[in-house]
Design a protein around this ligand. Structure first.
Ligand code: SF4
Length: 644
């Protein structure tokens, strides 16, 4: 048996170090490494990745869809590439009609980032990254100049963590275990969420604000701290810009007002603020992505992240630490080679596909039919007869099944890559632990083959060594090659790359961009009598639709509050239809007191009983601050489905 270690490249905070047991070029077992920061813990996905690699759902050869109806015929790579390049050449004079779509199915520097080079060089249309964290990221950049906050080693000294709109139990298992450690040492854990999550169960205090009113709660806490002189004046004088304006602005967020809007009792707001003050500076707020995927989500994050500087804490939050790592992503993605002819919002790509704005769509590391909002339009748009769709993937995803050409990609077990994390600062080089299965070829390799066939002679495809050396810097690159893994030095916590060099509670960038310089927080959705708010979040076994071939399809369960169920005559296990102007979805009701009244919760990516993904009824509007997703502001109505 041979043992090899790899860094898991999934779109997941933890980026675990995993130890693979290999015999006769077959992975027999995967275990979490005992080294930092994995510490012998992994999720059900990581330890089952070999099952996924060998699953019957793998795409092992290139295929052509012979009739646009899902009847595929195996073809040779050469033929597949010739067809793709032929189509591309026909359309290069109208670059905006070519769309490149990717996401974070694998976040390796080579697999994800370097494979964007050709498309940047060609200057075709591409989608933005707005489905995930951009609203909050933009908010943090307005405030702090960048998104990074607390790194894992710094968590050890915390005595209080406020987990806001985040369920690390399901989506960041190591953060969850670190929270338990903090609690064991006498720390205080608070969860603020719109449902009673698993993380809430382990917390010392759980606060459930009315959905979408989190920003009001945050500004209420800020006002209470300021009014009661529980702030760090010398820190504010030295590191904060716009305190006077902010202070004046939040004065209207009185305890009475905040209680009325958020439904959080006044004594809970004051207890939270006072506990934060008592435990400063060893306090941090861990902000989840769910809280910003809603109307006003950017300003909600801006309001939440305004609290730590009042307490005199440098970057007293965690959101995404990528900005704090010294990696030149712009170089590796080849942004200097060219610019996209247009950038399409993830939210609106369904509409644009449906309207026939594209003739050629190239997709990898993504399953847009299942993951984008307004997914029926995405599906129907990609199925148009006048659109040619190429999908390069490891598995027969929803999107691969409707493509014109399907190309086989290796899993991360089968290819060379360099992997970084958006939580910790360890970077590792992943050498393949097994040979590529079937005829699978990596994303960067295929991009280079297409470049060659297009006759491109520019710097689109440098060697992987050159790419890494330039993206990481020579010294770091050499250290990585010598050691396999390295710990990058994060940027300093007190470095604020805003125009004033300070934390901008009054944002000069926002002012310039015509946005509100102060957080204009929403009060939350106002629902009519028959309306419900639909929210979704991750469950441990799946990453979007990945791992359905291991754990089965994501169950079509919708959680509904007992009182709502009673009023609608719904029992556990009943089929109910959720509907709105986007479409309808049939699911199975689960009565649960963990969701409040008028909220429905579903696991992200759930497959509906009528064969679609839940995203067919998910809202596709654009959030004003970050231009990102508002999926958690989806409003639906319900009706019970009577069996025929
Ligand atoms: S999916 Fe996340 S938690 Fe699971 S093994 Fe990979 S990095 Fe670790």
């Amino acid at each position: 048996m041979i043992y090899r270690e790899l860094l898991c490249p999934r779109d997941c905070y933890d980026t675990c170090r995993l130890v693979f047991s290999i015999e006769d070029n077959i992975v027999k077992d995967i275990k979490p490494s005992i080294s930092f920061p994995t510490n012998g813990i992994a999720c059900p996905k990581g330890i089952a990745d070999h099952k996924r690699a060998y699953s019957s759902e793998r795409i092992l050869y290139p295929f052509i869809n012979i009739d646009k109806n899902g009847n595929f015929r195996r073809i040779e790579w050469e033929e597949a590439l010739d067809i793709i390049v032929g189509r591309l050449k026909e359309l290069l004079s109208s670059k905006h009609s070519i769309l490149f779509m990717d996401h974070a199915g694998n976040r390796g520097l080579i697999t994800r980032h370097a494979s964007r080079r050709l498309w940047n060089y060609l200057g075709v249309s591409r989608i933005d990254d707005s489905i995930c964290d951009v609203n909050g990221a933009k908010a943090l950049r307005l405030l702090y100049g960048s998104t990074y906050g607390i790194f894992p080693r710094e968590m050890d000294s915390l005595r209080m963590v406020v987990v806001w709109g985040f369920n690390p139990f399901a989506s960041a298992i190591h953060i969850f275990h670190k929270l338990l450690d903090i609690k064991k040492k006498g720390g205080f854990i608070v969860t603020i969420d719109v449902r009673y999550s698993e993380t809430a169960e382990y917390s010392d205090l759980f606060i459930m604000p009315r959905p979408g009113s989190d920003g009001v709660l945050a500004l209420g806490i800020a006002r209470y701290l300021i009014e009661n002189n529980m702030i760090d004046h010398s820190f504010i004088n030295r590191y904060v810009y716009g305190f006077e304006e902010f202070s004046h602005y939040v004065s209207k967020y009185t305890l009475d007002y905040v209680e009325r809007i958020t439904s959080v009792p006044k004594y809970v707001i004051t207890e939270l603020a006072e506990e934060m003050y008592r435990r400063r500076p060893d306090v941090a707020i861990f902000i989840g992505y769910g809280v910003q995927r809603r109307i006003g989500g950017g300003d909600i994050v801006r309001a939440i992240a305004s609290i730590p500087p009042l307490l005199g804490i440098h970057r007293g939050f965690f959101y995404s630490n990528t900005d704090g790592l010294p990696i030149d992503f712009d170089y590796i993605e080849g942004k200097y080679l060219g610019v996209p002819s247009r950038v399409i919002s993830n939210q609106k790509v369904g509409e644009k596909l449906y309207e026939g704005e594209f003739r050629f769509v190239y997709i990898h590391l993504s399953n847009p039919v299942a993951t984008l909002p307004n997914a029926l339009k995405v599906l129907e748009g990609l199925k148009r007869r006048d659109v040619f769709v190429v999908v390069h993937d490891t598995h027969w995803s929803d999107t691969a099944r409707i493509a014109d050409i399907v190309l086989p990609a290796p899993t991360y077990l089968e290819k060379l890559d360099v992997v970084y994390s958006y939580w910790h600062n360890i970077v590792c080089i992943n050498h393949p632990v097994i040979e590529p299965l079937g005829e699978s070829l990596g994303e960067y390799h295929v991009m280079c083959e297409i470049s060659k066939k297009l006759g491109i002679e520019s710097d689109v495809c440098p060697s992987i060594d050159i790419l890494l050396e330039k993206a990481l810097g020579f010294e770091t690159y050499k250290e990585l090659m010598d050691n396999g893994c390295i710990e990058l030095r994060p940027r300093p916590r007190d470095e604020y790359r805003t125009p004033t060099g300070r934390v901008e509670l009054y944002s000069t960038i926002a002012e310039k961009e015509g946005l509100n310089p102060l957080p204009a927080v929403p009060i939350g959705e106002i629902l009519r009598d028959d309306e419900f708010l639909l929210i979704s979040s991750a469950i441990r076994e799946y990453l979007h639709t990945q791992f359905e071939d291991v754990y089965g399809e994501i169950r079509p369960i919708v959680h509904i509050n007992p009182e709502d169920a009673r009023m609608l005559g719904i029992d556990n296990g009943d089929r109910i239809e959720l509907y709105n102007s986007y479409g309808k979805a049939v699911l199975i009701a689960k009565i649960s007191s963990k969701v409040p009244r008028r909220i429905l919760w579903i696991p992200r990516g759930a497959k509906t009983l009528d064969g679609f993904r839940i995203n067919i009824i998910v809202r596709d509007d654009i959030e004003p601050i970050g231009r990102g997703s508002v999926i958690n502001s989806t409003i639906v109505k319900i009706r019970k489905v009577h069996k025929v």
